[in-house]
Design a protein around this ligand. Structure first.
Ligand SMILES: Nc1ncnc2c1ncn2[C@@H]1O[C@H](COP(=O)(O)OP(=O)(O)OP(=O)(O)O)[C@@H](O)[C@H]1O
Ligand SMILES: [Mg+2]
Length: 308
């Protein structure tokens, strides 16, 4: 049985080699004693489409189903998730960077014991770090693989550099759209930007679409078919349909009450839809191959940034 300090040292060596070699990393070796978490980035072209609400409720449903889940809020501008969960984290990623905290110290527990990490200003400050600092930081973060089965990353709206990097590194990207035409065209722009990036590789990637705020059954599938058709024809991108969530006033009521809708109104239409989506994710997780988890995610993230 290796203790955590030993694990950290081993992991640091792996990451340090990977960063130094700068070679194409297909997978950070998954040595005995390490497991890999499933990493899912939730994003959208247009803001305000329901990313944070979906991330929180999906994470809670996974947690409820026995998957240890951690949600990371990388939207440093607005503290969306903590408000939705009704919690106040005492630390964030920047503390891991500058205040010598351990990963356990920056995880705040939410409802159902869900793990929550606030990005704080930490995500932005990554670009100012030296290579040694980066290595230390990423080795600390990679211990999350041991602590979580699923890591959900809620990205901010739009296509900032940081968001793009997250999307390039995440093995699974969940794009949230609504039936509004602007949401659809913005989602297409996001896919186009992603596709154009030299670091983008569709091979290792799974991009799924979830349609939020639908008003009738299979509305989501109609929207998906539109996006999928243009993505296939013009970008040669294969998208998957994840599902739909019904428009439901309970979602905003829940946000006002600072209680996630799946807990506050478990029998509401939207809660049932999200529960079904979580079930779909769980089904898939049993058949998904191991993609290297958060350690891989982070080494890729660092490789793509300018810490050479
Ligand atoms: N299924 C739904 N039915 C009705 N309203 C919804 C639904 N999903 C989300 N909303 C509403 O949409 C608003 C935005 O949701 P949320 O904050 O989750 O979006 P976001 O994509 O994370 O926004 P941002 O881009 O600002 O981070 C919320 O006020 C919420 O009430
Ligand atoms: Mg949000």
């Amino acid at each position: 049985m290796i203790d955590q300090a030993e694990k950290l040292r081993l992991r640091m060596n792996q990451i340090s080699e990977t960063v130094q070699n700068k070679e194409e990393v297909k997978n950070v070796p998954n040595q005995e004693g390490f497991k890999s978490a499933r990493v899912i980035a939730v994003t959208s072209g247009k803001g305000g489409v329901g990313k944070s609400s979906l991330s929180v409720n999906l994470a809670l449903q996974l947690q409820k189903a026995g998957k240890k889940t951690v949600i990371i809020d990388t939207d440093f501008g607005l503290a969306n998730i903590e408000v939705m969960l009704g919690i106040r984290p005492r630390s964030n990623m920047a503390d891991l960077l500058f205040h010598d905290k351990r990963i356990e110290d920056i995880i705040t527990k939410g409802p159902l014991d869900l793990g929550f990490i606030s990005g704080g200003s930490g995500v932005q400050e990554l670009s100012t770090l030296s290579k040694e600092e980066i290595q230390e930081f990423s080795s600390k973060l990679s211990l999350l693989d041991d602590m979580a089965d699923v890591i959900i990353i809620d990205t901010g709206a739009g296509i900032s550099d940081a968001v793009l990097e997250f999307l390039l590194c995440a093995p699974e990207v969940l794009v949230v759209v609504t039936p509004e035409p602007t949401s659809i065209t913005d989602a297409y722009s996001l896919l186009k930007t992603l596709n154009r990036n030299p670091g983008f590789d569709m091979k290792d990637k799974r991009i799924s679409i979830v349609v939020n705020r639908v008003t009738y059954k299979n509305h989501g599938l109609e929207i998906f078919n539109k996006i999928s058709m243009v993505a296939t024809n013009f970008l040669k991108m294969r998208l998957e349909y994840f599902g739909e969530i019904t428009y439901d006033d309970k979602v905003s009521r829940a946000i006002i009450a600072q209680k996630p809708v799946t807990l506050a109104y478990p029998n509401s239409r939207s809660a049932k839809d999200i529960e079904m989506l979580a079930g779909k994710l769980l089904d898939e997780s049993s058949i998904k191959e191991n993609k290297g988890g958060f350690a891989r995610f982070f080494t890729d993230f660092l490789k793509n940034n300018k810490h050479k």
